[in-house]
Design a protein around this ligand. Sequence first.
Ligand SMILES: [Mg+2]
Ligand SMILES: [Zn+2]
Length: 276
Amino acid sequence: MAGIAVVFDFDKTIIDLDSDNWVVDELGATDLFNQLLPTMPWNFVMDRMMKELYAQGKTIDDIQEVLRRAPIHPRVVPAIKTAHSLGCDLRIVSDANLFYIETILVHLGIRDCFSEINTNPGYVNEEGRLRIFPFHDFQSSSHGCNLCPPNMCKGMIIERIQASLAKEGKKTMIYLGDGSGDFCPSLKLKDEDYVMPRKNFPVWDLICQNRSLVRAEIHEWNDGEELERVLLKLIETISLQESHSKSTWWLSVDCKMETIPMTAHEALPPALPVNQ
Ligand SMILES: [Mg+2]
Ligand SMILES: [Zn+2]
């Protein structure tokens, strides 16, 4: 519970589609998007698309209205609320952008469930136009990971989260994702962690092909209903293990503090006789 961090991807993990594609398609700009995509990195295409949509008279309200309609499985919000109420530390690591993610989380009433959102910066400028920037400024330097897109290495973000969790005494991480960008962070997870790849999605394929590289325990899921069931079951299992290891830790402290020497064997209740 207090020792568990749950890290979510956003697109096709929390919501059921890709938010960039959803906005572009719903605002009727798919053709231009497809023309630009081969000419520049995805992240720059999105910023450029926002410029084009602004020029066409599309407002921030229009974009937000589309985002609020983004499809989400009905069990995802209850799953997030339950995990949060159980004391888990929930975080997002996403290659979408802050404006889209916050708009949707606020609309769903779950923004406050998350302690941290790691994503591409996105904000409305003084003209009323949405600007989207890369999380990692790859024009000044590369992040050096060849598994990840130039603007974001989710594995590096996971390593930073792992360092901060270690300081807070949190021990276990559960990571949920669907895309190829979720493979690098899956490789950073430790033996005591859990990865929840979405079945038949790119990260699941990559994990299946490279099982020996993944140290975390793997638990697949298909849809929001399974996401809820698998996630809450894992939280329950980890919590039981935690409370068990805490109680044995106290037992060992008690034994060490005994002034009269007593072996662990003597401290245990006598074994019951068994009929042969
Ligand atoms: Mg995704
Ligand atoms: Zn990476």
